[in-house]
Design a protein. Structure first.
Length: 262
């Protein structure tokens, strides 16, 4: 979050600096024709009309002065900023601020979350506390759902040798983390307490509680994440990398252990 704010402030400062520079540059040139559509016409200095001379007062018969004839033309350089230029620059400025705002909003939306959320390493909490929640008093497996990791933590007490996830960093502290997303078409797969597995309500794919494929249209096992245990005993789920494993004839958990839920 701090990184995003810093980038946002830097971007806003850059946009404002560019706007100020552009306005200053255009003012420095002082040519109305630089603005699209600005007229290149000479002006009239209305307050510098030729005043009647003192000599004229002496001559009551002198010709009356026609102010239109006596006016002095003013060049475009003396106009400085015209009203049209002012409004053009105001429109450009507002439009630029809108674009900058829109760009920053898009940037913050796309910016990867570098800590704490899904897509990064998620601290699931003390491993000891988690393990005690995974097995009920009657021995049933009770997967623990970790919302910030979008994953189920399940116990793994067996031997992964010969399984489809042998030698992969998916077991630590006697647990695994399974992604909740069905590998068929992406539905959230709930656990089924009675069968002791995961059963997808969308098209009926079934997995045992280690996430191994059992039946249905799913092309592989449930995907899983790498897990580690910190020196302080915290379980960390690395959701930055999805680990896929193929169907395997060698299963590490029994399924079903009771009636199916779907
Ligand atoms: S999305 Fe789960 S079986 Fe189709």
């Amino acid at each position: 979050m701090t990184t995003v704010l810093v980038i946002a402030f830097v971007a806003i400062a850059a946009v404002l600096a560019a706007a100020v520079f552009a306005i200053a540059y255009r003012r420095g040139r002082g040519i109305p024709g630089d603005v699209p559509g600005a007229p290149r016409r000479p002006g009239v200095q209305r307050d510098v009309l030729a005043a009647p001379s003192a000599a004229a007062g002496a001559d009551d018969e002198a010709e009356p002065i026609d102010p239109l004839e006596a006016r002095t033309e003013v060049g475009v350089d003396e106009y400085n900023v015209t009203r049209r230029q002012f409004f053009n620059r105001a429109i450009y400025g507002v439009f630029g601020l809108f674009l900058a705002n829109f760009g920053l909003a898009g940037l913050s939306y796309m910016w990867p979350k570098l800590s704490g959320g899904f897509g990064s390493k998620v601290n699931a909490g003390p491993l000891d506390s988690i393990v005690t929640q995974l097995i009920a008093d009657d021995g049933r497996i009770v997967p623990l759902f970790i919302p910030s990791a979008q994953a189920y933590v399940v116990p793994f007490a067996g031997d992964p040798a010969g399984s489809s996830f042998e030698d992969l960093p998916v077991i630590a502290g006697g647990v695994m983390a399974l992604w909740q997303k069905c590998v068929h078409l992406g539905c959230r797969v709930p656990e089924c307490d009675s069968s002791q597995g995961f059963e997808c309500p969308c098209h009926g794919s079934k997995y045992n509680y280690h996430g191994e494929y059992e039946s249905g249209p799913a092309p592989r096992n449930l995907d899983r994440f790498a897990v580690t245990v910190t020196d302080g005993g915290e379980l960390v789920i690395d959701t930055s990398q999805v680990i896929q494993t193929a169907r395997s004839a060698t299963k590490t958990a029994e399924y079903p252990q009771g009636p199916s839920c779907i």
